[in-house]
Write a protein that binds this ligand. Structure first.
Ligand SMILES: [Mn+2]
Length: 338
């Protein structure tokens, strides 16, 4: 966003408007934190704001201020469509390809509203008039903080905004440990704490809400399902629908499982395959220079960041794993580079 655009957006937001905020499929901490952080900012300026998600998100994210008013497009499609049709301004947060929001994308594409992308994923699509995009940002929440600053509204940072933005920065940086965490990140966190962010409580709400089923599912994954391809510095897990049912699977129960594979000494590439509604969803994580965004784009109809990406496979679990195991050796050079 250049200085001229900042001025334009400032004047757009000077008068109350119908605003819709949308975020990506299977919202995570950064998606919900940025959406509700922006929501709690815009309502202070008397806008009529509606947050719409393409589908549901885990219960450990549903405590954020404004959560009760979020509309799930997959469940309340008619109401969501009405809001999108009425919108004068649509913010697209934490994604940059309309494919990432499924059928909600058709509504957003159709809408005459002015569109605004705030995001930190690679290769943004060109569908918005305004864009605050930075792949160097640790999270979209960091960019929402920046957006509020650009609008000259840092004085409006309150506890509600601070709690939302803290959540997204914490979850997208793996609790401030990924290389994307910078001095700027910590400076923003300090500001959010000054504004009232409840850092310790947020950590408890996000990470200490495990159910017995979730912990047992994790135990099963680690004990029975981990496969290590030692000479390729790669490790992966898979879970079928049947296995999920055995542990009374609830959304969010497999969150973070892939990171256990990545935490093994020497492992540079970790993958997780999970069957949901007949489709295999894939998560890829890496350490160092191995680019899982490119890997996901090339082989699993997905994408994301260089060190964290996702995708899908229309094949059966057996064939998906066969495919994966046959592809990984072609990356031997990158994976075994010192
Ligand atoms: Mn993000």
């Amino acid at each position: 966003m250049n200085a001229k655009q900042v001025k334009e957006v400032k004047s757009l937001l000077a008068k109350p408007k119908h605003i819709v905020i949308v975020t990506h499929w299977s919202p995570d901490g950064d998606a919900m934190g940025s959406s509700l952080g922006l929501y709690n900012y815009l309502i202070q300026k008397d806008h009529k704001v509606t947050v719409i998600t393409p589908n549901d998100y885990p219960a450990f994210l549903s405590w954020m201020p404004g959560d009760k008013k979020v509309i799930d497009f997959s469940k309340k499609t008619a109401a969501a469509k009405k809001h999108v049709a009425q919108a004068e301004l649509i913010f697209c947060l934490d994604f940059n390809s309309l494919k990432r929001i499924d059928k909600l994308g058709d509504e957003v594409a159709k809408s005459k509203a002015i569109k605004f992308i705030i995001d930190h994923h690679l290769q943004p699509e060109d569908f918005a008039k305004y864009m605050l995009h930075n792949v160097g940002a640790c999270s979209t929440c960091e960019l929402i903080y920046e957006f509020i600053s650009l609008m000259g509204d840092k004085k409006l940072l309150n506890k509600d905004i601070a709690n939302c933005l803290y959540t997204g920065i914490m979850t997208d940086t793996g609790s401030f440990r990924f290389p994307s965490t910078t001095t700027k990140t910590h400076a923003i966190i300090a500001d959010l704490m000054k504004a009232g962010a409840e850092n310790s409580e947020i950590h408890n709400r996000i990470y200490d809400g495990n159910t017995v089923d979730k912990i047992k599912l994790l135990g099963y994954c680690l004990g029975e399902k981990l496969t290590v391809m030692k000479e390729l510095n790669t490790a992966y897990f898979s879970l079928t629908d049947k296995e999920l049912k055995k542990f009374n699977y609830k959304k969010g129960d497999t969150e973070g499982v892939v990171n256990y594979a990545l935490s093994i000494e020497g492992i540079k590439f970790a993958a997780f395959f999970v069957e949901r509604d007949g489709i295999i969803k894939t998560s890829f994580r890496s350490k160092g220079s191995f680019n899982v965004n490119l890997f996901a784009r090339a082989h699993f109809e997905g994408g994301g960041h260089a060190n964290a990406a996702g995708g899908m496979s229309p094949l059966s679990m057996k064939d998906t794993l066969k495919k994966f195991v046959s592809i990984v050796p072609t990356y031997k050079k990158e994976l075994t580079k010192k």
